[in-house]
Design a protein around this ligand. Structure first.
Ligand SMILES: *Cc1c(COP(=O)(O)O)cnc(C)c1O
Length: 465
């Protein structure tokens, strides 16, 4: 399969090169030139498959030329065996036609494990074949960092450096990173906010001369195509479990960078009967304002109870906009060039296309807590704040009472105990037994000012040549 840039100014690449690349050189994002389409008979044949087997079927067209079906199957079995629920992505029912898809049974308790545990293994395979080594440099507001560290901790070919904003991630999130101790794992608490960390990553990618020769810098942020691809699978799994392809389903997705819900949109374009896709956001509501017709306009960053959705720009939305412009890369290059200033309008036809695909709702902190409390009262089920935003948005946006509407449960409630306390729920969220001692484990973490030269020196001194 060939991958092209949304902005049309970069050569097409195969899967392996896209895996190892972040942004396209023209600033765009890679996506497949043509999506595979699955017919009803194929979905029927897949019903009842185990998660790993289904994952291999769904992803095979995307990795063609890199892995054979048998190789992919082995990697999927190995990846999803580490998840602590035999169904990998179990469905829980909250009410009539109301479901939560629990995506937090991976090693770091958030949905990012589905993609990053796989990505670590794909990367290892590629580096092994090429006889190369790589450095992963990433910034995290919490969940990506721990999932990436977990995905690469056993790698002999990858050194990983993860920056988080000092004092601004939850204690559980921090400890899930800093208690993983190994010669190739480096946590850095940066004096600054998440944007400062991201700027340091961007600057390091722009000038890689600080790295010893022969080392490759790899990005694992949410625009990495392999992450999107892995996320398509659980939409298919949930829909099949609820009666697809004969019966349509809907999804509500707690959204930040638009990576997760974009995978749902792709599943729909590949033939899965998805009748409704709800963008659920916190007060950082750039996508909701866009769908209301207010243009695509950067806002101020607001800190909320759902920190993994605290973003000002939803990077992956560019991929959907590309489709809404009928793949007109020149128009996209122009649009994104103008957006650099912070706000841009789109043609009415583009907005209509977006509105036909998505509905949206904004859920503020107060209503997030209300939802955690009311769902607990009704069912004694504990929602994490991100998932609570999804459930609330699903209830507000539902257009068909008979449609099974599935909220993606993006994190385990024990990751965000503060929100649960604030909601006044009389139950302490418990970490799973296998990490019950997380708060006692020793931590290792460096602290650096937000300074590119110091970061470069830190990395250079620690990479294993
Ligand atoms: C990353 C994250 C999100 C947002 O996902 P996007 O793909 O960035 O839209 C939502 N909830 C949790 C718990 C996350 O970690």
């Amino acid at each position: 399969m060939e991958y092209i840039s949304t902005r049309g100014g970069s050569p097409a690449l195969g899967f392996e090169d896209v895996l190892l690349t972040g942004l396209a050189p023209d600033g765009g994002l890679y996506l497949p030139r043509q999506l595979p389409r699955f017919d009803t008979a194929t979905f029927e044949r897949w019903a009842g498959l185990g998660y790993a087997a289904l994952a291999a079927e769904v992803m095979q067209p995307f990795v063609e030329g890199f892995l054979s079906p048998a190789e992919l199957r082995v990697i999927c079995e190995d990846t999803y065996r580490d998840f602590r629920h035999p169904a990998v992505a179990p469905l829980v029912q909250l009410g009539p036609n109301e479901w939560v898809l629990e995506l937090f049974h991976g090693p770091t308790l958030a949905f990012k494990d589905f993609a990053l545990q796989l990505l670590g293994r794909l990367l290892e395979r590629s580096l092994e074949r090429r006889g190369e080594r790589a450095v992963i440099l990433g910034a995290t507001s919490g969940d990506t960092g721990s999932a990436a560290i977990e995905g690469c901790r056993r790698s002999s070919r990858v050194d990983i450096f993860i920056m988080h904003p000092h004092g601004r991630v939850s204690e559980v999130q921090r400890r899930q990173m800093t208690t993983v101790i190994g010669p190739n794992i480096h946590n850095i608490a940066v004096d600054g906010d998440f944007d400062d960390c991201q700027e340091l990553v961007k600057a390091s990618f722009a000038d890689q001369s600080f790295l010893p020769p022969g080392l490759r810098l790899v990005a694992v942020n949410s625009i990495n195509w392999a992450r999107i691809m892995a996320q398509i699978v659980y939409y298919v799994a949930a829909a099949l479990a609820l009666g697809a392809p004969r019966r349509a389903v809907g999804f509500s997705v707690p959204t930040g960078n638009f990576g997760d819900i974009y995978a749902g949109y792709l599943a729909r374009r590949m033939g899965l009967p998805i009748a409704q896709l709800v963008i659920a956001t916190n007060a950082n509501d750039i996508l909701h304002r866009f769908l209301r017709g207010e243009g695509y306009a950067r806002g101020a960053l607001l800190q909320t109870l759902a920190p993994s959705m605290d973003i000002v720009v939803s990077s992956n939305f560019e991929r959907a906009l590309f489709d809404f412009h009928d793949g007109d890369a020149a128009a996209m290059a122009g649009l994104m060039g103008r957006f650099r200033g912070g706000a841009v309008q789109v043609p009415p036809a583009v907005l209509e296309r977006a509105r036909a695909e998505f509905s949206s709702a904004v859920v503020d902190d107060e209503r997030t807590c209300e939802t955690i409390a009311s769902v607990f009262r009704e069912t004694e089920y504990l929602l994490d704040p991100h998932t609570a935003i999804g459930v609330r948005a699903a209830r507000e946006c539902r257009t068909d009472a008979a449609l099974p509407l599935v909220t993606l449960g993006t994190a385990h409630p024990a990751k965000f105990p503060d929100a649960i306390h604030r909601a006044g729920v009389p139950r302490e969220p418990q970490l799973p037994l296998y990490m019950a001692d997380l708060l006692q484990r020793p931590e290792r973490c460096a602290r650096l000012p937000s300074d590119l030269a110091l970061l470069a020196q830190f990395v250079r001194e620690r990479v294993r040549a």
